[in-house]
Design a protein around this ligand. Structure first.
Ligand SMILES: [Zn+2]
Length: 522
């Protein structure tokens, strides 16, 4: 019998962890980092202790107490005695995780899964995740592609051994090129590659269940929706998606193909249900172009470089306004990784007007040294940025803001082309960003404002295009796919679906965290 249990993404945006079980196959749809739930207990200077392993995460319910799927090296001898009586405790083994995309609210807590559990995903999602992990400081909550085993020493857990890659199943590739393998097994901080672990290509099944995957349009390349054939019929899972980006045809194709499967169940996201569609990627391009045309001095464009559509937009805006486009070393590394995974992402050499910001750092990690060596003729120092401020667009984000101290810009324009503020922590970041922008005498455009409760002024909303479909688009998707049952996930507002799908014959079943829903066989 088919059963589905949601351990995350219930009443919250992100943190998706959906367990699907059918006879002898068990799998998870995503295993994400729960931002909102985590913020209930932790903040910048109060984090789960790496030396305590799984303890703090189980104590606060950030990961479910499922013995058998979580890392044993992060479990002290007495850990499971403590949690064996908790209501959600279960012993479990799984065949794999179907990972929809590389945003950490979907991928992050793979970190805590056993390192022999295969991760089924697109090559682009795998490579973006690896580039993100390589280029960030070590963090035991971000060990998605490879993990550092730990062992007990004097009552707490310490690193023991070297990084171990997780087994990945690349769903859209029949083989990896030698270059791609070299990247996949490169170690972020040392010359010696990671120990090689088998990977799978183009799997047709997960466990004993037939698997289908569909690329979809989202604010990160490689995003994928899945369908799994169970004893109750097909079960579809949207992941995150939209219909107003440049790959909207992919989302459309997913809807058509999913409809043909006549699915019994659809798990659908619901991030922006009561909002309007907002600017399309093309509209955001036009608005940002007009802003850059009017700008004097340095232009800073704030967005995540993982959003390649936006990156290409700003690159083209730079060309149209006779500016060069400066990206960070980590963005160059990410672009290289994406290009290795898919020809759809252009290589850096295909962008003749790209420059790479030369960071002030005493000691560079090996991946960054390699970027500096490979693109030596493209490097630009902070002083050169200052001198050529009128001829540049700088691709930055809040986290790079200290580089502005080295640049010391005199005025200029800061275009905020990034996502909405969702929580208090985001509001604090925005408060600090606003102060930095004022500190450098820059003009901010598209910024959320404190006096609007951290909303963006209406007239400045078109500088960003959301990665998520609005409610009307999702209702249309659901009606067209026409599943028998809809399970809303990744939403704070499941009632929206109940209200709006009444009378359609589609049964809306909002999940309860940790509660198993069972479905009789067809
Ligand atoms: Zn996402």
């Amino acid at each position: 019998m088919l059963s589905i249990t949601c351990y995350g993404g219930v009443g919250e945006i992100g943190g998706n962890k959906v367990l699907l079980e059918d006879s002898d196959t068990r799998l998870f749809f995503d295993f994400g980092f729960p931002f909102k739930k985590r913020a209930r207990y932790f903040e910048e200077f109060l984090n789960p202790r790496p030396g305590a392993g799984l303890l703090d995460l189980l104590e606060t319910g950030l990961i479910p107490p499922l013995k058998g799927i979580l890392r044993e090296d992060l479990a002290s001898k007495t850990l499971w005695q403590k949690f064996a009586s908790s209501p959600l405790y279960r012993e479990l083994s799984i065949d794999g995780v179907l990972l929809t995309h590389a945003h950490v609210d979907h991928s992050g807590y793979i970190s805590f899964l056993r390192d022999d559990i295969p991760i089924y995903t697109s090559t682009t999602t795998a490579f973006v995740s690896k580039a993100m992990q390589d280029s960030a400081p070590p963090n035991f909550e971000r060990e998605v592609c490879y993990s550092l085993p730990k062992g007990p020493k004097k009552g707490y857990l310490r690193s023991a051994g070297t990084y171990k890659p997780r087994p990945f199943a690349f769903i859209d590739r029949s083989a990896l090129s030698t270059e791609a393998q070299t990247f996949w097994y490169s170690s972020p901080r040392r010359k010696k590659p990671l120990s090689t672990e088998m990977y799978l290509c183009a799997p047709e099944k997960i466990g004993n269940l037939k698997l289908k995957s569909f690329p979809v349009d989202h604010s990160i390349p490689g995003a994928t929706a899945f369908a799994v054939e169970t004893s109750s019929g097909w079960v579809g899972y949207t992941g995150d998606l939209r219909f107003h980006g440049r790959s909207s045809h992919e989302s459309e194709y997913f809807v058509e193909e999913m409809h043909k499967l006549q699915p019994h169940i659809l798990l659908c996201e619901g991030t922006r249900l009561r909002e309007s569609r907002g600017a399309s990627e093309d509209e955001a391009f036009n608005n940002c172009l007009e802003a850059v045309k009017k700008a004097e001095g340095l232009v800073v464009a704030d967005f995540g470089a993982r959003n390649v559509e936006r990156l290409v937009s700003f690159y083209n805006i730079a060309r149209e306004t006779d500016r060069k486009f400066v990206i960070m070393g980590k963005d160059a590394y990410l672009l290289d990784a994406m290009h290795l995974a898919s020809d759809k992402v252009p290589s850096i050499d295909q962008f003749p007007d790209i420059l790479i910001f030369k960071d002030f750092k005493s000691r560079l990690p090996s991946w960054e040294k390699e970027i500096h060596r490979h693109y030596e003729d493209k490097l630009i120092s902070p002083a050169e940025v200052r001198e050529n401020a009128y001829n540049l667009i700088l691709c930055f984000s809040f986290w790079d803001v200290l580089d502005l101290v080295d640049i010391a810009p005199k005025g200029g324009t800061y275009i905020y082309s990034s996502s909405e503020v969702f929580d208090e922590e985001g509001a604090m970041d925005m408060f600090r960003l606003t102060n930095w922008i004022e500190h450098f005498g820059m003009k901010g455009i598209g910024l959320p404002r404190e006096k609007l409760n951290w909303d963006i002024p209406e007239e400045e909303k078109g500088y960003h295009s959301s990665g998520h479909a609005c409610g009307a688009d999702l209702l249309d998707l659901i009606r067209r796919i026409n599943p028998k049952i809809l399970i809303p996930i990744h939403t704070e507002d499941p009632g929206y679906f109940i209200d709006n799908l009444r009378g359609t014959g589609i049964d809306v079943c909002p999940p309860v965290e940790g509660e198993m829903m069972t479905f009789p066989a067809n």
